[in-house]
Write a protein that binds this ligand. Sequence first.
Ligand SMILES: Cc1ncc(COP(=O)(O)O)c(C=O)c1O
Length: 435
Amino acid sequence: MSRTVPTPGTQPSGGGLRTASWDEIRDLFALDRDSIHLNTGTVGAMPYEVLEVNDRVTREWTGGLMNVYPPAMYTEHRANIGRAFGVDEDEMVICHNATEGVARVIQGLDLKSGDEVVTTSHECYSVLSNFNLVRNRHGLTIRMVTPPSGPDVRAEEIVRLFEEQITPRTKVLAFAAITLFTGTMMPVRALCELAHRHGLITVIDGALIPGMLDCDLRAYGADFVSCSGSKFQCGPLGTGLLYVRNKVHPEHNPLPLPTFWPLISTWYPMIGAPPPRTTTSVESYNMGDYLQSAGSANIAKGAALARACELWDEIGRDRIEARVRELGEYARDRLVEHFGWDALYSPSSDPRLRSPLIAFNPFPAPEDAWNIKKFATFVDRLEQEHRIWIRWTEFDVPHSPHQHYAARLCTHLFNSHGEIDRAVTTMAALARELS
Ligand SMILES: Cc1ncc(COP(=O)(O)O)c(C=O)c1O
C-alpha cells in the first residue's frame, strides 16, 4: 500500500503528535525509506528537527563573543528532561554518553582495598573495564554473576544469583537495566530492594532505557543510573543522561546517600569541602551542577538532545513504550515461528524480563552458536544485500566452555509490522542458505 510522502520532518497537522499515526511519526525521522533499522540498541535515528536544532545552535555559537559557560550548565534542559524521568534538575546531568556517565560514577565511588562489587559478565565493556580499573588501582574484588539466558529464565532466578554473591564486604551492586547481549530486562526494582536490604550502593547502566521506557528513575531506587542519549532517545551521538540520587526519599531508597566524588568538575569547591550531603528530601547542594560544570560543552548537542526529549513528551512516553513493546512482541512471535522457541536467548516466558531487544540463534546446528564467522556474515549480508540493520552479540552462557554468539534485533517507534515481517522472512531465508 502506498501512502503520500510528506516533506521530511514536517509535523502532522490536527491534534499534534499525541494523536499522530505511527506512519506520520515515522516521517519525522531522518530514515532511509528502503532500509529497515532494527538496531536502535546501538544507535537510534534522529528526527529531522533534532538535526536542525543541532545545526542551528552550532551556527549560533560559532565565532561569537558570547559567554559559553552559563549555557553549558543546561539548567533548563536538565529540569525539563528530569521532569520526564521523575527527577529534579539537581539529580540530572547531560553528559557525553552512557560510558562517560558510568565511568564518572564508578571512579567517583569511595571504594577501598578489600571492598567487593557484585556485577554481571553481561555488562557493557564500559562498565566492566571501569570496574577492572578500580580493582587494579584500589585492590577491590569484583564478584561476577553470569545471567542465565534462554526463553524460560525467571526474574527470581536472577535475583537469587545476585544474592548468592553478596558477602559482608560487598559495597556495590551494578547491573544493566536492559542487557546489551540478550536484551534481558533486569528485575530492576527487585535488585535495588535486594541492595537496600544489604545496605549497598546501586549503579545501573541504563543506556537503553530513555526513549524506550516511560520510567521514573527515582522510583527504581538506585543511587546512579547512566543513560545513552543517542540510542532509543534518538538524540545526537555523543550525548548521555546521568541520574545521581541527591536526596533521600525513603519510599524509593531508604539508605543514606553514598559518599561520592564528582569527578571532572569545575563547580566542586577549590578550597574546603562541600556541605554534608542531605539526609532528607531537600538537597544540601546541587550535585547535578557539580557534575555538569566541567568546562565548555557541546551546547548544540545538549539542545538537540533536549529537543528529542521534548518530542518524546509530545508524542507521549507511555504511548511510545506501548508501541515499542508491542512491536517487540510481534517480532518475538515472528522469530519463534521461523526459528523456534529454543532459538531465543532472550528471556521470553516471564513478561517481567522481556524487552524489545531480542537475541536469537538463526542457525539450526547448535555448534553454530559459537561460529563468529557465520554471525558476522549473516549480519553483513543482511545489511549489504537487503538493507536490514541488526547486530550480533557475544556473551557468556553458564556452564558453556565457549562464549555464544547471537543475532540481535530491536524494535523502535519508527518500525512497522511490515518491516518486521520482511526482516524476519529475509533472515530465515539467509540462515537456510548459510546453514
Ligand atoms: C547496555 C549498554 N551500556 C552501555 C553502552 C554504551 O553506550 P554509549 O555509547 O552511550 O556510551 C551500550 C551501547 O550499546 C549498551 O548497550
